[in-house]
Design a protein around this ligand. Structure first.
Ligand SMILES: Cc1ncc(COP(=O)(O)O)c(C=O)c1O
Length: 373
């Protein structure tokens, strides 16, 4: 097939090329939240980053870091991070697999546990409104998918994942962008009912539920659950790219086989030192997440007072429906230097996903919104 080179009118990017293969021509890649230009001053509430700095132990670890070590390849298994994560999650190091951000761990998990279309008629099951990387991964790795509607209140219904033939299941808990969580007992029902499939539970936001329970508690009992964690959110480390999986040894070994067929050194030496220090400082982790939870609860009340509606949030963001046109509000806030996330797709386009920042940032958001509603 001959293809022309075509540039998008809107984004100015090349969208089609005869030099790219069919998959790359056809795929609709994931679009990350807008990143401010270098030096641009904005209040950034659009990618669920943590507004507080990482633990002071991270600074100490960086100060102690011997630059000469950068000559050497890093430890392929990130053993020190594995041990710190194991301690954090109350499991053995053998149950941990580290990667370059949880996006990479998710990508490797899709390639390890889910089957290509050509080999199976079975789809991977995922919620209709969830992390938008999941459908992209399923396209990119040629895995059939079946999206399952969330309930009207945006919660996932475990019964919808029981008795449905599949080659795997993936969902975020709490879910994004909807901010809602289900109980670990409901996750367990899904895992138990699908013993021949791997169930990936993406816990990127789990730390923002007050007395949270993690599906990590299921891994001793079930060989088919893979919990994926990130240091980007609750540990304030989106900039170093560290995510990890917690699962049975059998699943972890599969992830290593996939990694070693692709990139055997995914986590660099600096990231390993930083991640280890952060994971060991649980006091700071708890302090930071408590501050974010308190700010979130206050912001929900203030937004409700301004006529917004939203589901209760278990995450470091709210999924809020404004009393005015959502797209216009998003643009007006952007003009005022406040970035929030707007998904221009049916249903989602009625809501803004707003990350919880510092109290000062949220006060600025509220007063900007007050001028718009
Ligand atoms: C549900 C969910 N999973 C995973 C990620 C990716 O996190 P990481 O920074 O570890 O790649 C995000 C990022 O926003 C997310 O929302």
């Amino acid at each position: 097939m001959s293809r022309r080179c075509r540039k998008s009118q809107i984004r100015g990017l090349i969208e089609l090329s005869k030099y790219w293969n069919k998959l790359i021509n056809d795929i609709e890649p994931y679009v990350a939240g807008e990143q401010p230009k270098p030096g641009q001053k904005v209040i950034k509430l659009n990618t669920n980053e943590n507004p507080y700095p990482p633990s002071p132990k991270v600074k100490e670890a960086l100060e102690k870091f011997d630059l000469a070590d950068l000559r050497l390849y890093p430890d392929t298994n990130s053993t020190d991070v594995m041990k710190a994560a194991a301690m954090f999650d109350g499991v053995s190091g053998k149950n941990i697999f580290c990667g370059n951000g949880s996006d990479e761990v998710l990508a490797i998990a899709f390639q390890t546990f889910f089957e290509k279309k050509a080999l199976t008629g079975l789809p991977v099951l995922m919620p209709d409104y969830s992390y938008s990387f999941y459908p992209v991964f399923s396209e990119f790795y040629d895995i059939r998918r079946k999206t399952i509607a969330l309930k009207d209140d945006f919660r996932l219904n475990p019964d919808d994942y029981i008795g449905v033939p599949n080659c795997g299941i993936v969902f975020a808990n709490p879910n994004a962008p909807t901010s809602r969580a289900i109980a670990v007992s409901d996750v367990e029902r899904i895992v138990k009912a699908n013993p021949d499939s791997v169930v990936i539970v993406d816990e990127a936001y789990v730390a923002f539920e007050k007395d949270y329970e993690s599906a990590v508690s299921l891994i001793g009992k079930y060989g088919n659950v893979c919990v994926i964690r990130t240091l980007s959110k609750a540990f304030s480390l989106a900039g170093i790219r560290l995510g990890y999986a917690v699962a049975s040894e059998e699943l972890i070994e599969g992830l290593r086989r996939a990694r070693d067929s692709f990139n055997s050194y995914p986590v660099d030496r600096l990231a390993q030192k930083v991640a280890e220090a952060a994971l060991l400082d649980t006091g700071y982790y708890n302090e930071t997440r408590a501050k974010i939870i308190a700010t979130r609860e206050r912001v929900i009340k203030e937004l409700e007072g301004l006529g917004f509606t939203m589901p209760p949030s278990s995450a470091n963001f709210v999924f809020a429906k404004p009393p005015v046109d959502c797209g216009k509000l998003y643009e007006n806030l952007r003009t005022k230097g406040i970035l929030v996330r707007y998904f221009n797709k049916p249903v989602l386009n009625e809501y803004l996903r707003i990350t919880i920042g510092t109290d000062e940032e949220m006060d600025a958001l509220i007063s900007a919104i007050r001028q718009e509603v």
